[in-house]
Design a protein around this ligand. Sequence first.
Ligand code: MN
Length: 273
Amino acid sequence: MKGWRSLNKLCWSARRNVKVKILVTNDDGIYAKGLWALVAELQKVGEVIVVAPDREQSAIGTAVTLHQPLRLREVRPLVAGIKAYAVEGTPSDSVILALGMLGEGIEAVFSGVNEGANLGDDVLISGTVGAALQAYLHGLPAIALSVEVGGNMHFKVAAKLGSLLVNKIATNSLPQGLLLNINLPNLPRDEIKGIELTRLARRSYADLIESGNDGKRDYYWIVRGEPQWDRDVGSDRWAVEERRISITPLRGELSNAHGISLEGLCSSLLQGL
Ligand code: MN
């Protein structure tokens, strides 16, 4: 019995010695505080490499740069001992470069911690979620972490949550095809009331267009108005407003072939062709 136990212990420690290799990226830029708060926690449980845009790239979604060359430079990390690279490109570019040439053997990708929530339909334009989606499309477990904006930012809770998820990935206790969008209220741990599995909230769009003239040409500026949110129980928006952490499992599949009735459309289009 004793022999078994020590063998078990040996296997356990052997497994723990091979640290999970993690890519960390974001859309707030490589020197964002949230990213380094996350790195500081993740390096306790994994081997971390940082590849992130050299400047803020919020609301860029999953955009990939195809019509100009990408540049990459190694930068001084804000956490000692971490390899960090700044990319003159988007969050998705960073993920593609990292997976293709920098981080051999990367097993998980974290995006964030973003300063500002990424809730509901906004996941479609979020660069934070876009980077995670890119990693998911490459077949890796991918996690986007965001904290609601407001005053002093409490990134540490999100970062700790990230490290707990790394442990779960290391022990294969999460399902394949993992893409999580996690949002936290901006609160210290003792004021957070719980963790909820949620769905994306729907919101009304309230984009305003402001126009003017710069002296030469007319311009138009898209200004995001204050939307009306669905606050139904179970939505991500609801959870964060209830001072809970929201975990929304996402998937890459957007098609809705059976969700709406378009019967007869194909045959009538074919007839008209
Ligand atoms: Mn951002």
